[in-house]
Ligand binder design. Structure first.
Ligand code: ARG
Length: 457
């Protein structure tokens, strides 16, 4: 059998054109969705009396057979048949004869492909929500163990104030929580159904779009057939959300890489999540977080790629739109792979609480608290800031830290100083004093973890 659209043509398609325009290499991933959409469409055609019920039965039987064959990798997809839609339709006609040709009544590949993409992305988005949740669970489990583990908190990558390691880690929980919300929200728009829009203008057949929407679980039907076949916003949205998720994964990865370095030694990634060097025997490299950070680039690329494809594209369907697929598949697969690795990597990493705590003995991350101390005694905060700045400078010049200064040294700067400052300046006290909502005091972290846990349950 020649091309499904061969009637108007007098020449064979150039082989290079066939290869160049075919999408079967990658859209074969949509086989299950394509069959699902066709099953619903065929049933609707029968229900509406557009084609006889006995034809529908044959078509359904053929499609189910093709589904089984596809699942067992028994179908040879052909470049000559261009894409998944025509490969399946041709297979159907091969299996059940010319009656298979009735399936495409009142339908176009344009509404068909859009429908397939909606179905695919709905399934994948729901799966990804579960994978994000696994990462969140790993974060909560690790955090619960480290509420009292103190680590320097940084701004500008300079020591700022001590925080709980749980607090630092839980910051990522909330990023992923928003990602999850974004994914869930996007499903509302993925749930718009293009099927029934025809090539662009609708169809002359008395179809029933509510019926197909019900069969396919769509909540909304595109009210405009031209929008239905040209809209790829739902994919752009997915790629945007994917990019934000990768940003979060990349920032966390970057911290894990820094923390694993000899200079920090705050954490140690499990041997099973690291690789060695072919020349330097001592090396244990954090390849996994490095690749997670690196893979962020391709996901951003996929987003910018599709934005560029869509920019300036006139209505309605244009072949350019076929370029929507590879970036989407790649993003789905990159996110799946990344999220699946991230959860166990967090679970298995060793936290060097002693090294983190030791670091806090050798910094000025308690300086804000003596400024607060003086401000508490009535000194304007700006003035207190100036006094403490001088004290820090004195310490640096004399190779001391704030807890090393004698009472006399303190009192030479202000008579407001008393013996209680030594207790106030310990990292435990500094972190514990930040009891404001969302702060790093243990009680606040406990509340935060409890809230997080309730969102997961
Ligand atoms: N393979 C095509 C795509 O992915 C299917 C739609 C083709 N429609 C058309 N009018 N050529 O976009």
């Amino acid at each position: 059998m020649s091309k499904l659209w061969g009637g108007r043509f007098t020449k064979e398609t150039n082989k290079l054109v066939e290869e160049f325009t075919a999408s079967i290499f990658f859209d074969k991933k949509l086989a299950a969705e394509d069959i699902e959409g066709s099953l619903a469409h065929a049933k609707m055609l029968g229900e509406c009396g557009i084609i006889p019920m006995e034809d529908v039965e044959q078509i359904v039987g053929g499609l189910l057979k093709i589904r089984e064959m596809a699942e067992n990798n028994e179908i040879e997809f052909l470049i000559e048949d261009e894409d998944i839609h025509m490969n399946i339709e041709k297979k159907l006609i091969e299996l059940i004869g010319p009656v298979g040709g009735k399936l495409h009544t009142g339908r176009s590949r344009n509404d068909q492909v859009a429908t397939d993409m909606h179905l695919y992305l709905r399934t994948k988005t729901n799966e990804l929500i579960g994978l994000v949740e696994n990462v969140q669970e790993a974060i909560v489990d690790k955090s619960k163990l480290h509420i009292d583990t103190l680590i320097p908190g940084y701004t500008h990558l300079q020591r700022a104030q001590p925080v709980s390691f749980a607090h630092h880690l839980m910051a990522y929980f909330w990023m992923f929580e928003r990602d999850k919300e974004r994914l869930k929200d996007s499903v509302k728009r993925i749930n718009w159904m293009p099927l029934g829009a025809g090539a662009l203008a609708g169809t002359t057949f008395p179809i029933n779009r509510e019926l197909t929407a019900g069969l396919l679980g769509f909540e909304t039907i595109y009210p405009n057939s031209m929008d239905a076949v040209s809209d790829r916003d739902f994919i752009l949205e997915f790629l945007s959300i994917g990019s934000i998720i990768m940003t979060h994964i990349s920032r966390l990865s970057e911290e894990l890489i820094i923390w694993s370095s000899q200079e920090f030694r705050f954490v140690e990634l499990d041997d099973s999540f690291c690789t060695g060097s072919s020349i330097m025997p001592q090396k244990k490299n954090p390849d996994v977080p490095e690749l997670l950070r690196g893979k962020t680039g391709r996901v951003y690329g996929n987003l910018v790629g599709l934005l560029t494809v869509l920019k300036g594209l006139p209505l309605a369907y244009n072949k350019d739109l076929q370029e929507d697929k590879e970036g989407m598949f790649d993003t789905v697969e990159t996110l799946e792979g990344s999220l699946k690795l991230l959860a166990p990597m967090i679970e298995t990493m060793k936290v060097n609480g002693n090294v983190m705590r030791q670091a806090l003995n050798e910094d000025f991350s308690n300086a804000t608290d003596i400024a607060d101390y003086l401000a508490g005694k009535g000194m304007p905060f700006r003035e207190a800031h100036e006094v403490i700045g001088k004290i820090v400078l004195y310490c640096i010049q004399n190779n001391k830290y704030l807890l090393d200064l004698t009472m006399d040294e303190y009192r030479s700067y202000s008579e407001h100083f008393h013996g209680d400052i030594y207790k106030i300046l310990t990292p435990e006290h500094v972190a514990g004093a930040r009891k404001s909502y969302g702060g790093t005091a243990p009680g606040q972290i406990q509340n935060q973890i409890q809230l997080a846990q309730s969102l997961l349950d």
